[in-house]
Design a protein. Structure first.
Length: 246
C-alpha cells in the first residue's frame, strides 16, 4: 500500500513587518478610493449644474459675470472685435487637432468678454492659420454659457501670446491677465461659450469639463479592490507550516 500523506499543519503567524506593509498598502488604496469617490460626487454636481444652466437665459446687464453661476446661459450685447482674436492651440475635437477661436466682445463701460466661437481644425502648418476673420465690428446680441478658459494639467503647458505676433495670436492655455495685456484692455474673468445655434461660430459641442462621474466611481471601486486584495494576500501568506516538536 502507498504511504498515507499526512496533512501539513499550519498556524496563523503573520510577520510583523509584512503586516505593517499590508495595512499601509490597504490604507493608501482605501484613501485613494475615497478621493476618487469624492471627485465623482463633485463631478455629478458639476454635470447637474451644467444642465441647470440651460434652463433659462439671463441678461446680466452691468452685473459682473463672476456673480452669476458658472455655466449659466446668458444673453450679452456688444461689438465683436474681429481684428484682435486669439487661437487657443492644443485643442482637439473627436481626436483631431485644432484651435478654439476667442473673439473679444466689446461692451460700453464694461470689461470686454471673450467669446469662444468654437473649434476649427489645424491646417497642417502653423504658418497657415485657419481663416476666422469677421467683417468689421458687428454689433450683436449673443447667447451662450458662462465658462472659464481651459487650463492645462501642468503650468508648463502655458504659453502667453507673443507681443510681436500678428493677429490672430496663437496661444496655449493662457490666463485672462495675459490675454488682457495682449489686448491692452480689461477683460472679464469669465468667457462666453457661444451657443451651438448662434451665428459667427464654428464647431461647438460644449460639455461639462472633466471626466464623467462614472469614470471616477469606477476608479474608486478599483482602488478599494486593491485594498481588499492586499488584505487577502496578507491573510493567505500569514498561514505558515507549524513547527515540529520533538
Amino acid at each position: 500500500m502507498p504511504p498515507r500523506l499526512t496533512p501539513v499543519k499550519r498556524r496563523f503567524a503573520p510577520r510583523w513587518g509584512f503586516t505593517v506593509l499590508a495595512l499601509l498598502a490597504a490604507a493608501v488604496c482605501g484613501r485613494l478610493g475615497v478621493w476618487q469617490w469624492h471627485k465623482g460626487a463633485l463631478r455629478e454636481a458639476q454635470v447637474a449644474r451644467f444642465a441647470r444652466g440651460a434652463e433659462r437665459t439671463l441678461a446680466p446687464g452691468s452685473t459682473p459675470l463672476t456673480e452669476l453661476p458658472l455655466f449659466q446661459r446668458v444673453s450679452i450685447s456688444g461689438e465683436l472685435d474681429g481684428a484682435h482674436q486669439f487661437l487657443l492651440e492644443n485643442r482637439s475635437y473627436q481626436g483631431r487637432p485644432g484651435y478654439e477661436v476667442l473673439t473679444p466682445l466689446v461692451r460700453a463701460g464694461l470689461p470686454a468678454v471673450l467669446v469662444d466661437r468654437g473649434w476649427v481644425p489645424f491646417t497642417g502648418s502653423r504658418a497657415h492659420l485657419p481663416e476666422v476673420s469677421l467683417a468689421g465690428t458687428p454689433h450683436v446680441t449673443l447667447s451662450g454659457r458662462i465658462g472659464t478658459l481651459p487650463s492645462p494639467g501642468l503650468a508648463l503647458g502655458r504659453a502667453a501670446p507673443e507681443p510681436q505676433a500678428p493677429w490672430p495670436k496663437v496661444t496655449s492655455y493662457p490666463d485672462i491677465e495675459q490675454l488682457s495685456a495682449a489686448l491692452a484692455t480689461p477683460l472679464s474673468p469669465r468667457i462666453l461659450l457661444l451657443d451651438p445655434g448662434a451665428p459667427f461660430g464654428y464647431v461647438r459641442d460644449w460639455q461639462a469639463p472633466g471626466l464623467s462621474p462614472l469614470r471616477h466611481f469606477s476608479y474608486a471601486i478599483q482602488w478599494w479592490s486593491f485594498a481588499l486584495l492586499a488584505l487577502i494576500f496578507w491573510g493567505v501568506t500569514s498561514w505558515r507550516p507549524a513547527e515540529r516538536t520533538a
